[in-house]
Design a protein around this ligand. Structure first.
Ligand code: URA
Length: 208
């Protein structure tokens, strides 16, 4: 299963709070950051460790450290920015690659209007962040861009996924794992996840 629904009680509790209709921008933003941190924790659980010796308070001490893993966090504009600080709290040395995609009104396909990737993508783990996996069109396009630049370890973090998006992602990129706080019921005719969170970008930025 490429999409992993995290079952941790903190994740379930926090994503539940985010569904409240009257939630403030401040609270929604805070919870976005908190859930992003917890998803980053889950998505990095297999990072390899190596031993090293440092000078401790009572002499040399052997400690574990993450073994030379280079990470790039990849927010999809604009809503993905809302998850960025939370992920960077957990992985402060990560570099940022940004992808901007807009939907073409005629083809309904995502069009790449901006991207700026960090170097050495072939040696990096990419953590794509976007709050809502709806049709998965933007996620699939972002993975295509990363693969075209040689990235081999691609993972995704989303707050809520629709079954339609899960199926599409699985079909297009079955080896890419995606961690989510919830897999919801379905997409409605307007492309919103039901019950979902509403427009996550508007809620994070306070627009609308
Ligand atoms: N984007 C959102 O912000 N919300 C949805 O439900 C679907 C896509």
């Amino acid at each position: 299963m490429a999409v992993i629904e995290v079952q941790h009680p903190l994740v379930k509790h926090k994503i539940g709070l985010m569904r409240e209709a009257d939630i403030s921008t401040k609270k929604f933003r805070e919870l976005t950051g908190e859930v992003a941190r917890l998803l980053a924790y889950e998505a990095t659980a297999d990072f390899p460790l190596e031993k090293t010796t440092i000078e401790g308070w009572c002499g040399p001490v052997e400690i574990d450290q993450i073994a030379g893993r280079k990470v790039t966090v990849v927010p999809i504009l604009r809503a993905g920015l809302g998850m960025m600080d939370g992920v960077l709290d957990m992985i402060p040395n990560a570099k940022i690659s940004v992808v901007g995609l807009a939907r073409d009104h005629e083809t309904l396909k995502p069009v790449n209007y901006f991207d700026k990737f960090v170097g050495h993508l072939g040696e990096r783990t990419a953590l794509i962040i976007d709050p809502m996996l709806a049709t998965a069109g933007s996620m699939i396009a972002t993975i295509d861009l990363l693969k075209a630049r040689g990235c081999k370890d691609i993972r995704a973090l989303v707050l809520v996924a629709a079954p339609e998006g899960v199926a599409a992602l699985n079909k297009a990129h079955p080896e890419v794992r995606c961690w989510t706080a919830a897999i919801d019921s379905h997409l409605n005719e307007q492309g919103y996840i039901i019950p979902g969170l509403g427009d996550a970008g508007d809620k994070i930025f306070g627009t609308k």
